[in-house]
Structures are given as C-alpha cells and as structure tokens.
Design a protein around this ligand. Structure first.
Ligand code: ZN
Ligand code: ZN
Length: 358
C-alpha cells in the first residue's frame, strides 16, 4: 500500500534525535513498520545521521520496495552479515540497538562480526517513540473501536444461561472480522462466573449461569492499529455486593479518566484509581496497572502504573482499566481506550459502561 512519505521522514527524524551513536539498529517489526511503512515480519532497519537502510531477506524484497518510504532496501542472506556490511559501509563505530528485541545470541554474533564497534542499548525514551499518535493513526484506532463495539452490540443478546464462553468469543471475533477488522487485537476474553476473577482468562467450555458476571475484553485491528475495551455484564440479576463493587470500579475508572490531561504523569493516573479502590477497602484485589498505550501493539508505552514518571501528551492513546478480582468468586473490569486531548481526554471505545443486566 502506498503512503505519503511525510509521517515516515518525521518519525525517522525523531528517532535520530534519540541517539548519540553513529547508527541505530531497529529490529522490532512494529517499529520498522512505524518508521518505514514496511509490514513484513522479518528485517532490520539501520539509521545513521543521513542514511536509512532497510535490510530484508529475499522473501521480502518486492514487498519492501512497494511499501517502504525513505529507506534504501538491501537484501541479506544472514541478518548479521547484512548489519555488518551496512555498519562497515557507513563507517559507524557506535551502534544503539533495541535491547528488548535483540537476542543475546544475535548480540554475541554481532559483536564477533564487528569487533571494532561498540553496542549500546537504546534508552527508555526510545520506548516512547510511538506514544503520540498522528491524525491518521487516531482515525484508525477510532475505526477499530467502532467496529469492535458494533460487533459486541450484535453479540450481546447471546449472553444468556446455557451458552458457552467460547461460543460468544467466536461469534464476536467473526463479527469483528466481518465488519472490517483485519484481525482481532488479541485472543478475545469471555470470562464468566469464577473465571471472571482471572484477569487474563481464556474462553472455555464453561456454560454461562444465572447470576454470573461475564467479563468481555476484546478489540479489533484496523490497518495495524488496535482497540481495547472491556465490558462486564450481569446475567439475570446482580447481587448487592456485585452492584456495589461495580459502582466502585466504575468510579475508579471515571476518576482516572477525569484526571487524564497533558502534563499528568502516568503514575498519577494509576494512583487516582488505586487510592480510590483502596479507600473502598478493595485495594488488595486490584492486581494490575490502570492502563497502557495502544497503537500498532495492543500493549505499548506508556504504562499507566505505579511509579511511572512519563508525562501524558495530547495525541497519546491509552487505556483505563481498573478491575477487582475476588479469587474463586467473580471479577469486574471496566476498560476504555481514550485519546489524550489538549483539554483532557476523549473516550474512543463507544460502549456505555453503565451496569447492565442481560
Ligand atoms: Zn483489554
Ligand atoms: Zn488493556
């Protein structure tokens, strides 16, 4: 697919500003896509001050030529050899690399192949490279969220006693694909009864029963961009305690969303949700971070978690997803994906989060 080259050259300029080394070595599939437009699943991108080389093996040369912008395409047989050639051709002596992706084995091979070069892991700032989204990226996340929500709307009437979790998950994924999702964001979670107390349950053969909480965590992908949303429904009725916990989780979610604005730290947003649930006596049952960035990956920087000092900026897309999990009993999570705006934030996932008995 042809794109205009502007966003890619801006992104590569931002990348270059992060490192003081002679060359940067990027290996993550999503980062290579972000920086060049190339969507293949294997390759390496090397950037110097005034050069950019996309290294691919023979399977990907045609695709790389068609998709990528601004990079010289170089074919390699062995990735290490391709990197070595590029480094030597450009006389690079210091190389910043993506330490979260490069394996120890490949790192050793590179050091052996380039005894004169020094390798440095890229800094934490690099993780934030994709955090602020441009208009096109936001548009795609918005489309993904709309596709997902309309699929859930169609599937909601299936949530009733006797139906298996996996049946609902299958139907939801099918609807998302049919309504234009290239793929689903992750394996859809449909967790009922005691399974809803597991934050990352996989849908199984359990039949939904009267009085269950049913947690559905799901998302769609549109041209590489993800959405992420969680709704918790009650089947037949909700007990006093379920209603009360739902209200607390909803309030924690609402307060965190109200606190989101440019300049707020990620840790601060987490603290708003966490301290509210702690005051409600539920602190020990909120066992994960409040949220995460969403984009080419469903989980990416920044993390909205305890102690995180990164500051939010307009254009970031993050989730807010407090949850309370009572082991062996039930769990309730409410999640929206939001866009940080100049004034605060806008919720992109359109499903209402009022307590709903189905
Ligand atoms: Zn989710
Ligand atoms: Zn999430």
């Amino acid at each position: 697919m042809r794109h205009d080259s502007q966003p890619f050259s801006d992104r590569v300029s931002r990348l270059r500003s992060l490192g003081s080394s002679d060359a940067l070595l990027i290996l993550g599939e999503k980062n290579i896509r972000y920086l060049t437009g190339f969507t293949g699943s294997d390759g390496a991108l090397m950037a110097g001050l005034d050069w950019l080389v996309l290294l691919v093996d023979g399977r990907y040369v045609t695709q790389a030529r068609a998709e990528s912008r601004g990079a010289e395409i170089v074919e390699f047989r062995k990735r290490v050899d391709g990197i070595r050639e590029t480094v030597l051709n450009h006389g690079a002596r210091s190389i910043g690399f993506e330490s979260s992706i490069l394996s120890v084995a490949e790192h050793l091979r590179l050091k052996e192949a380039l005894p004169g070069a020094e390798f440095f892991p890229l800094t934490a700032e690099f993780e934030m490279l994709r955090a602020v989204k441009d208009g096109r990226e936001i548009g795609l996340i918005r489309e993904a969220a709309d596709i997902a929500a309309s699929a859930l709307k169609a599937v909601r009437q299936m949530i009733r006693p006797g139906i298996r979790e996996e049946r609902i998950a299958l139907e939801l994924e099918y609807r998302m694909r049919r309504e234009g999702a290239g793929q689903v964001s992750f394996e859809t979670i449909v967790a009922s009864g005691a399974n809803s107390a597991l934050p990352h349950a996989t849908p199984g053969r359990r039949e939904i029963q009267d009085g269950d909480c049913v947690t559905i965590d799901y998302g769609a992908v549109r041209d590489g961009y993800h959405s992420d949303e969680t709704c918790t429904f009650f089947v037949g009725s909700a007990s006093e305690r379920q209603q009360e916990v739902y209200r607390f989780v909803r309030e924690a979610h609402d307060r965190a969303i109200a606190a989101i604005r440019p300049g707020a730290s990620c840790g601060e947003i987490d603290r708003v949700a966490r301290s509210f649930l702690a005051e409600a006596g539920l602190g020990e049952w909120f066992s994960h971070g409040t949220g995460h960035g969403v984009g080419l990956d469903v989980h990416e920087a920044p993390r909205l978690a305890m102690g995180r000092e990164e500051l939010l900026s307009a254009g970031m897309v993050v989730t807010v997803e407090p949850g309370i999990y009572l082991p062996g009993v039930w769990g309730i999570r409410i999640e929206d994906t939001v866009l940080v705006t100049e004034e605060g934030c806008e919720i992109l996932t359109p499903t209402p989060k009022e307590l709903e008995i189905v």
